[in-house]
Design a protein around this ligand. Structure first.
Ligand code: BGC
Length: 446
């Protein structure tokens, strides 16, 4: 048995996002989206986890596990329900959340946009409206002022890729769910601008706090035939946003799986040629990106072990991404702001954490500047278009009674957080290490 040690001061946490847990977010675009005729959503978010009122107990629970950080999001749709009108009660609410996090001895990390928009911003064109960067900047300034000086970490936008590709170039079920190259490119540019303005606003209001972007990212594998499409996906879904982090204090890494693209050799020159013909891009780009794996990382090879999301079960993808970002941005701190798995068998989550952290620690030993690991998610919640079926929680939620059940994985991660140590079997191969961790944790499945 070997003990892996993590640095003192490492952030150990769990994350949520406002719309996924609070409930009743009825001024937002997603609320309308879930209820619209023909919605792709499996269920409306409704009351979600009632975290809006139950947050004191949820935060105390997180602290009792031994974690030291809570990542949550502030809901723009609540704070600015109509243009230029800031709701003081809602700002006080989030100030109360921060105070609760602090009084539980935890470090707060606040995300200023986690996918949802106020209805009126969506009506303006959402992330394709030229006004949105300035509107977002104004909202960020107000929110950061209202939260007080106790928040040392801010994420501006959660996974801009999910808003650009998710909304304008895919069938992920994200609004407005169109395939439109022009609007897709526009949204990318505006998201970059909005992020940069938000970082500047955060620094201006609270000098010294750390501001960053929570990056969608996945490990990628491709053969010679799939390489150009895979690289195009990586460039447009990750690297354009990675470049926008130049003035940031840290990069938030969010990785769930690996994208694999294996195509016949002839696909390579054809893809390159097709992508080079700019006037044809309206036709070509959707087709290239429709090779889903190049973009979403959701298509697993035949026979692969899958999660409830249909993604390849691959905890080590996290370290692959961390290594790549360290190579590309060697001077930047990295914080894992999401890593998790949707599974009905909690032993798989214990294994996911054990294997993910083992690989992460190795990357750190090789020089990656990782400052923390924040698991997705604190509790089961509204998984966007998938509704309530996938269960990502360290804590289970009974949807009838709202009762919380602490799963063994929560205690497992909490134990690592308390000691800063992870025990791994000597050279057992990654799967065996994870299985051993799961076995030690008991066979309970929540
Ligand atoms: C998002 C979360 C989501 C999770 C699992 C991330 O892309 O930030 O909101 O629940 O992935 O799909």
């Amino acid at each position: 048995m070997t003990q892996l040690t993590f640095p003192r001061g490492f952030l150990w946490g769990a994350a949520t996002s406002a719309h996924q847990v609070e409930g009743g977010n009825d001024n937002s675009d997603w609320w309308d989206w879930e209820l619209a005729p023909g919605t792709p959503c499996a269920a409306p978010s409704g009351a979600a986890c009632e975290h809006y009122t139950r947050y004191p107990a949820d935060i105390a629970l997180l602290a009792s596990l031994g974690l030291n950080t809570y990542r949550f999001s502030v809901e723009w749709a609540r704070v600015e329900p109509s243009e230029g009108v800031f709701d003081a009660r809602e700002l006080d609410h989030y100030r109360g959340v921060v105070e609760c996090v602090l009084s539980n001895g935890l470090v707060p990390m606040a995300t200023l946009n986690h996918f949802t928009l106020p209805r009126w911003v969506a009506a303006e064109g959402g992330w394709t409206s030229k006004r949105v960067p300035a509107l977002f900047e104004r909202y960020c300034r107000r929110a950061v002022e209202a939260l007080g000086d106790g928040v040392p970490w801010y994420c501006t936008i959660n996974e801009p890729t999910a808003l650009s590709t998710g909304g304008y170039m895919s069938d992920w079920g994200f609004p407005p769910r169109v395939v439109d190259v022009r609007r897709w490119r526009t949204s990318i540019g505006l998201l970059v601008d909005a992020h940069r303005r938000a970082v500047a606003a955060i620094h201006e209001v609270r000098p010294g706090v750390k501001a960053g972007l929570a990056m969608y990212s996945c490990e990628r594998a491709a053969n010679a035939g799939g390489k150009p499409a895979s690289e195009f996906g990586q460039r447009m879904n990750e690297d354009v946003f990675l470049e926008a982090t130049a003035g940031d204090d840290f990069i938030g890494v969010q990785t769930y799986t690996r994208s694999q693209l294996f195509l016949p050799r002839i696909a390579a020159p054809l893809t390159r040629l097709a992508l080079a013909i700019r006037p044809l891009e309206g036709v070509v780009v959707p087709r290239v990106l429709a090779l889903k794996t190049a973009v979403a990382g959701t298509q697993a090879p035949p026979g692969a072990r899958l999660t409830q999301m249909g993604w390849e079960y691959r905890p080590e993808s996290l370290a692959a991404v961390v290594r790549r970002y360290s190579r590309l941005c060697p001077d930047k701190d990295l914080v894992v702001t999401e890593h998790g798995v949707a599974t009905a068998d909690d032993r798989e989550r214990v294994e996911f954490i054990a294997r993910g952290l083992t690989a992460l620690r190795e990357a750190m030993a090789d020089g990656a500047r990782v400052r923390g690991y924040i698991h997705w998610s604190l509790m089961d919640n509204f998984e966007w278009a998938q509704g309530y079926r996938p269960t990502f929680g360290l804590v289970g939620v009974n949807w009838k009674t709202q009762e919380r059940t602490v799963r063994p994985s929560a205690r497992y991660l909490g134990g690592i957080a308390k000691t800063g140590r992870l025990e791994v079997m000597d050279d057992p191969g990654p799967e065996a290490a994870g299985m051993a961790a799961a076995a030690r944790q008991g066979s309970a499945t929540a």
